[in-house]
Ligand binder design. Structure first.
Ligand code: C2O
Length: 344
């Protein structure tokens, strides 16, 4: 059977928080008795949100994005759309704040399994729509960190401006732009020259993005299963490596980006996951045209809860997440994929 959406009324202390993390409440706002509505896709006539590459974004876009994030940070802390609530959504689903419905003591974990891509897609979907709503712009789209192309292989500068709401002090100070990104980072900086590093990154992209379905998406995870059966290729590298590369090594757990509970406190989380999502998007649209996703009903019917732009609690199933066009978003066309010819 599929993993079912948690009971928000049963959210508890996150059991997987690292020992060295400060006291952290990961449970999102919940008013007892609130009933979730089932997800319905946006009307087919609603505008398509085109997510831009962060390193190509123009001033007008950045100003708009900053205004939206700043308004999100100003919402009352208990508003489910506030920045203070948005990172908790991630924290609760990844540090064991929910038990599986019907399996007390068995946590829900959306990482290291086949729920990784669909859960994060829907998390971004609602986050993006909340930001758009705050600035009254139905076309607003989150940027993506284009780390699979040479132009995007450093920390995106729009997040590095200290006076911007996109800034977060808890980052690795040595990895600020234009310091080159190593997609294979494992805690120490490489000394290989930039050209070679780019070449190595492109080979990694080819290898990770072209795996067969189960290796790409992650291992099956069903109701009653122990969490974390195994990550997909992209989740391991570059997803985990870029998280670790970004976080602050002076913090006990690489906060913010380097550990689950705090990762989404850094606005760059959403650009990183934009490109993670884009790898799935590209796969369906271009690499393997047609549907190469799982057909297993335990995947398709797995469900999650999110608050939408009107602060309504919504139940989403994996099957609702498969088609980006139906969700009315797409990615800026940044030209041919530079790694397609980098078969290792
Ligand atoms: Cu839910 Cu990039 O982690």
């Amino acid at each position: 059977a599929p993993i079912q959406a948690p009971d928000l009324g049963d959210c508890h202390q996150a059991v997987d928080l690292p020992d060295t993390a400060p006291e952290t409440n990961c449970c999102p706002t919940y008013r007892a008795g609130t009933v979730a509505v089932d997800f319905t896709p946006p009307p087919a006539s609603s505008p398509l949100r085109v997510r831009p590459a962060a390193h190509l974004a123009d001033r007008a876009y950045v100003a708009k994005y900053e205004r939206a994030v700043s308004l999100m940070k100003q919402l009352p802390a208990d508003d489910p759309r506030s920045f203070a609530q948005q990172w908790r959504v991630h924290c609760a689903y990844c540090d064991g704040a929910y038990d599986q419905v019907g399996f007390p003591g068995l946590e829900i974990q959306i990482h290291n399994c086949w729920l990784f891509f669909p859960w994060h897609r829907m998390y971004l979907y609602f986050h993006e729509r909340i930001l758009g709503k705050l600035i009254g712009d139905e076309t607003f789209a989150l940027p993506f960190w284009n780390w699979d192309a040479p132009g995007g292989m450093s920390f995106p500068a729009i997040y590095a401006n200290r006076s911007s709401p996109l800034y977060d002090p808890l980052r690795n100070p040595a990895h600020q732009p234009p310091f080159p990104l190593d997609l294979d980072y494992s805690g120490t900086d490489t000394t290989i020259p930039r050209d070679q590093l780019i070449d190595q990154n492109l080979k990694i992209m080819y290898r990770q993005a072209t795996r067969k379905t189960e290796l790409f998406m992650g291992q099956p995870y069903r109701a009653g299963d122990q969490p974390e059966p195994g990550p997909g290729s992209i989740e391991s590298v570059p997803h985990n490596t870029v998280h670790q590369w970004t976080g602050d090594p002076r913090q006990p757990n690489g906060e913010d980006m380097g550990t689950f509970y705090s990762a989404a406190r850094d606005p760059v989380f959403f650009a990183h996951h934009g490109n993670i999502d884009r790898m799935w998007y590209i796969r369906r649209g271009l690499l393997f045209p047609g549907n190469t996703d799982f057909a297993d009903p335990d995947w398709l019917n797995a469900s999650f809860l999110f608050y939408d732009e009107d602060a309504r609690l919504v139940r989403v199933r994996v099957r609702d997440s498969l088609d980006a066009a139906a969700l009315r978003f797409t990615y800026q066309d940044v030209g041919p994929l530079p790694w397609l010819n980098s078969k290792p």
